[in-house]
Design a protein around this ligand. Structure first.
Ligand SMILES: CC(C)(COP(=O)(O)OP(=O)(O)OC[C@H]1O[C@@H](n2cnc3c(N)ncnc32)[C@H](O)[C@@H]1OP(=O)(O)O)[C@@H](O)C(=O)NCCC(=O)NCCS
Length: 151
């Protein structure tokens, strides 16, 4: 697990291509190519402070990505994805824990993350990190607020 590098973008694109329709939909809220394309345009803007991205790498293949960008009032918007073949091995949790460490160094107190209400794995992941995570349901999407000091 390490910080995203510019040279990783092709490998990240490869991971997005390997995602199942379900994982792509849960990550981008649509099954098409627009979500991955937007993310690949966004990732070069990470700066290691206000915008941080971590990758999980196996044999030079990127298999997971977690990233945040700071929002208002000491919070940061977060997204995380692990490719299907590597799910259920603790990678999502480890990526989130490392991302939270990086965020706390930047004095971020809360991760805000949007999760489809049917996305049980992501909700379990968030509850595992912060049992008192706040979940507000809005049109089928949980807007979860994860307090970092408790994670
Ligand atoms: C949500 C997501 C990131 C979780 O990633 P993950 O790597 O599977 O997460 P973890 O492995 O840390 O935890 C998942 C489960 O595996 C279990 N697990 C962890 N390590 C394990 C191990 N060594 N052996 C067996 N099971 C293990 C965990 O207990 C957890 O079980 P639970 O869901 O019953 O509580 C992944 O499902 C994903 O990419 N989904 C699509 C994108 C998405 O939904 N993103 C969230 C919105 S941005």
């Amino acid at each position: 697990m390490r910080t995203l590098r510019a040279a990783d973008l092709e490998a990240v694109a490869g991971m997005f291509d390997r995602l199942s329709d379900t994982s792509r939909y849960r990550r981008f809220f649509s099954a098409g190519a627009a979500g991955p394309r937007r993310e690949l345009a966004y990732l070069p803007t990470v700066d290691g402070h206000e915008r941080v991205a971590l990758v999980a790498v196996v044999d030079e293949r990127v298999v997971g990505l977690a990233r945040y960008h700071t929002g208002d009032g000491g919070s940061a918007d977060v997204a995380v994805v692990v490719e299907d073949a590597y799910q259920h091995a603790g990678l999502g949790r480890r990526l989130m824990i490392e991302l939270a460490r990086a965020a706390r160094r930047e004095r971020i107190d809360v991760f805000a993350i949007s999760v489809l209400s049917e996305n049980a794995p992501a909700i379990r992941l968030l509850r595992g990190l912060a049992p008192d995570v706040g979940l507000g349901l809005d049109h089928g999407v949980y807007e979860a607020m994860v307090p970092l000091l408790a994670s």
